[in-house]
Design a protein around this ligand. Sequence first.
Ligand SMILES: [Zn+2]
Ligand SMILES: [Zn+2]
Length: 307
Amino acid sequence: MADGLFALLWVVITMLTLTFLGVGSAFAKRNFQSNVLIEAWERGPEHQEVPDDTLLIDFGYTGPQALYELMQKPGFDYLSRNGKIYYPVIRHVFITHQHGDHIGGLEEMAIMNMYVFGDRENGRPYKAQLISSRSILLNLWDNSLKGGLSAMRGRHALLQDYFYIRALQPGDSDKDHFTILKHYRFRPFATDHIQIERKYDWPSYGLFVEDTQSGESAFFSGDTRFDYPAYAPMLQQAKICFHEVQLFDEPSPVHATLTELRTLPGPIRHKTWLYHYSDDWDSKPFEDVNGLFAGFAEPHRRYVIFG
Ligand SMILES: [Zn+2]
Ligand SMILES: [Zn+2]
């Protein structure tokens, strides 16, 4: 009894929060692109100004401007220093896939961490940990970032000059996930976003997040077509879901249309926030979304995922 009481007193109340830098589609202009700041807290934002760990899910070409606006909001001042985005507070970055609305801000982050926030005395850059599947990381450098980042005075740079690289291997149970604050586990799952010839042949990922202490979980779709059969077990299990949406119908979409998402079972719809939407979300045809679903996700709002 006394031991149990002692243990109870020492349970640390931790928290995981999710804040959208933007909730827009790739081409939205009223909202920034759908990139996310995850914050892990030992005690929670009410009790500490700086989270104990941070993770960006994607950082598109509107990401820097979105982060700049977020750092001016109450509770997010730790993201700034002397009027600039203080990139070293971003410890990890997970990349879901290679579209520009998900990776276009990485060049700025890499250059700022190399030349503005690096250690002047020893010349070393600050490096965030860059996490994704091995194939995405290889393509990310060879087909996207290399153009702007490989040139360095005196030599050709590599991705590892700018980031610590964490290559996951989906399907290998030891290497298919990463963890922050010891017990928040992020497990990527393949999404059906673009099919070159067949399903899953262009890598893209969503994230299933688990609190391994409480057993609770959350679902983050990443960019994907509607694929309820593939995601149903995760959508059913999760206490909160974030699903991308496309508001208009078309014959062969690469996103999940609202028409398709409306067919989800009620209990799943009601815990699902929609994001990655176009600029007409607040027009008449979509008035019922906030009743049918948890709602349209809002930018710059801290959603408590666990805690
Ligand atoms: Zn996108
Ligand atoms: Zn995409």
